[in-house]
Ligand binder design. Structure first.
Ligand code: GLN
Length: 279
């Protein structure tokens, strides 16, 4: 039995607990979890701060709170994350889609002007990038691959959820199951973090699979593989766009140059950090 409390007190106590457990966004976390339990909008909290929460809801909220106190990402607790205004199923088998990656989607939409393009996404995870592109371009034929069977399952669920029949998801280790064909656009957000990066010991990334985050050669190994292999799969005038770390732009550009790409350039994310390179 949880002591009966109103909304304002419940939120206040939850925020204190989340602050202590090290969340960087205690207020947002508490509100998102409570609004999920109560199935309401956040504005409800300000309209009805005195409303006493029912026991069954208080228990559900307490269970969520305890998970968050252990550091479990909000996206894993809810099983959901929004990307490009699309609600996506999320679980611990893939990377949680990041807002930073929306710059990759924007860049792809801007550079590929063809109405009916043939598109490939390598390492799709939840399917976020493929689905964002599909939601904007109903005539693109999009193939999304991942090497992790559970990720393929998850991406397929998300494709069904949004009824994006022009997206095909399949199992492939980068290009291994891709038959010879020409793509107008290849996109990827591959693993690019160095295994020794301290960033891996903090926050949500601790609960995400290393296979989606970490790459050899100081994070450049998979980027190198993708940039090299894509040459054989790009149509004339086609674009390769890859996401990478903020300090990898120079190295990534030089790999593009080594493989004779042209119009090579890097773009910044909303935090003004180098985030995607195209060629
Ligand atoms: N941008 C993510 C992070 O810094 C990593 C994404 C990736 O490795 N592809 O947590």
């Amino acid at each position: 039995m949880i002591e009966p409390r109103n909304i304002a007190d419940t939120l206040r106590l939850a925020i204190e607990r989340l602050q202590e457990s090290g969340s960087e966004t205690p207020e947002l976390d508490a509100q998102v979890l409570l609004k999920t339990v109560l199935q309401c909008e956040r504005s409800y909290f300000y309209t009805w701060p005195e409303r006493v929460i029912e026991q069954v809801d208080a228990e559900a909220f307490e269970a969520f709170l305890q998970m968050r106190e252990k550091g479990i990402p909000i996206a894993h607790i809810l099983g959901n994350r929004e990307f490009w205004s699309l609600d996506l199923h999320v679980n611990a088998t893939t990377l949680i889609p990041r807002p930073d990656t929306e710059i990759l989607v924007e860049t792809a939409l801007e550079l590929t002007t063809k109405l009916s393009a043939n598109v490939l996404e390598l390492g799709t995870g939840t399917g976020a990038i493929a689905l964002a592109l599909a939601s904007e371009r109903g005539n693109w034929k999009i193939t999304a691959v991942d090497v992790v069977p559970e990720a393929v399952q998850l991406a397929k669920q998300n494709v069904l959820r949004h009824e994006m029949t022009h997206v095909t998801v399949m199992l492939s280790s980068w290009f291994t199951n891709i038959s010879a064909q020409e793509f107008d656009l290849i996109v990827s957000n591959p693993p690019y973090i160095d295994a020794d990066d301290i960033h891996l010991q903090q926050g949500d990334v601790r609960f995400e699979p290393h296979s989606a985050l970490v790459a050899g050669e100081r994070g450049l190994a998979d980027l190198r593989h993708i940039i090299r292999e894509s040459v054989a799969y790009l149509a004339t005038g086609g674009w390769l766009i890859v996401e990478h770390g903020a300090d990898q732009a120079v190295a990534v550009q030089s790999i593009f140059t080594e493989h004779h790409y042209n119009q090579i350039h890097t773009r910044q994310d909303y935090a003004n950090l180098d985030r995607v390179t195209c060629g």
